[in-house]
Design a protein around this ligand. Structure first.
Ligand code: KG4
Ligand code: ZN
Length: 357
């Protein structure tokens, strides 16, 4: 089973060809990602209109390159998959329309993939991860704990009520004058900072639900930065370290509650799986490792290039769906908002215009 995957929901244009083998494992034949970081850097964040135009400019060339690298012709494809949301709608339209055109011309099934589902299923590429497992998804747009019960079967156990975790890292970086994207910059600065210098709040600690909140913590960092200004390099490092320490403690607590809720509803998970750009953070990985060990479960973190947005994850989710005959029609719609769990409602006090709840 050969599937072409297309990803255009945010600021990465990506195309990949993945083969699903008869034993249920996947093999990545090509996985090409073109980041738009340079186009957006002057603005300190992703500009939707610039993103959509950049996707249009490069997507057909990227698809051709992914097919060539895989050594595959369009006639050999079993399906073409595109992320149909959630994300910046202009970009989603570019990717989904391109996939529809390829599907139509080559008479190939179309699969409209939920971008979050692709993050959720990617660790199954190895062929060894069984359902159900507990997913911690933390990126620039999302922060969720999800029970992955089967393909298309997801139960949201926790979510952020305000900022996404990656978004909070990006905003803290921006207020401290660090370049975009801020996550890796904050992690680097934190490495030589004092995590105890500032006693920032530990959001949601001890609550019975498994939700996250990051905007109050972000504001606490801003208040401290303003009080200290002008900032010396050591102040910046200490602010980053103290911020990251608060995120770690809050995340560990929220995940231990999430795993408990998982256990109550589904029994023991086969693993705790981390995905999304924030999972690239080594300190966060360390905290997850401790949480998993305490809950006597395995921690699985896909390699960094599969944690951040890419085409192989879309192709793989397409292959998982195709194997179950879950194909879509040509009127599949692009969606700016598209939660993984269709029964989930916005948590009390939900205040985010960017993230899906
Ligand atoms: O999954 P991703 O590549 O794209 C989406 O947002 O969907 O995640 C990007 C986010 C950004 O907010 C970025 O700052 C954050 O992940 N990130 C990190 C690290 N690397 C990337 N956050 C904290 N520490 C990192 N090392
Ligand atoms: Zn993503």
């Amino acid at each position: 089973m050969l599937v072409l995957g297309i990803e255009t929901t945010c600021d990465e244009t990506a195309a990949a060809v993945v083969e699903r083998q008869s034993d249920g494992s996947g093999r990545i034949l090509s996985n090409i990602v073109r980041s738009q970081t340079e186009e957006h850097a002057p603005f300190g964040g992703v500009v939707p209109e610039i993103a959509a135009r950049a996707h249009v400019d490069v997507l057909d060339g990227l698809v051709a390159a992914a097919m060539k690298e895989a050594g595959v012709g369009f006639a050999q494809l079993s399906a073409v998959a595109a992320a149909a949301g959630p994300g910046l709608i202009g970009g989603v339209i570019v990717g989904l329309t391109t996939a529809k055109a390829i599907a139509m011309v080559h008479d190939t099934p179309l699969i409209a993939v939920n971008h979050l589902e692709a993050h959720a299923l990617t660790p199954r590429l190895s062929g060894t991860l069984a359902f159900p497992y507990c997913l911690f998804l933390a990126s620039g747009g999302h922060t969720q704990i999800v029970a992955v019960v089967g393909v298309g079967k997801y139960v949201r156990l926790g979510t952020t009520v305000d900022d996404a975790m990656g978004e909070a890292f990006d905003k803290v970086a921006k207020m401290l004058g660090l370049p975009y994207p801020g996550g890796p910059q904050v992690e680097r600065a934190a490495a030589t900072g004092d995590p105890k210098r500032f006693a920032f709040p530990r959001p949601m600690l001890g609550r019975a639900d498994a939700n996250f909140s990051l905007s109050g913590l972000k504001t606490a960092v801003r208040t401290e930065a303003i009080r200290l200004a002008p900032l010396e390099p050591q102040d910046i490092n200490d602010l980053c370290a103290s911020f990251q320490a608060a995120v770690l403690e809050s995340t560990a607590n929220r995940l231990s509650v999430g795993l408990r809720l998982f256990h109550e509803q589904f029994g023991p998970p086969s693993a705790l799986v981390a995905a999304g750009g924030v999972a690239a953070n080594q300190a966060i990985r360390g905290a997850l490792q401790e949480v998993a060990a305490k809950a006597q479960t395995l921690l699985i973190v896909p390699p960094p290039e599969l944690c951040t947005d890419n085409g192989a994850m879309i192709a793989w989710a397409g292959a998982e769906r195709l194997a179950l005959d879950m194909i879509d029609t040509m009127d599949a719609a692009p969606r700016a908002r598209w939660g993984l769990d269709e029964n989930a409602v916005a948590p009390a006090g939900f205040a985010n215009t960017r993230a899906a709840y």
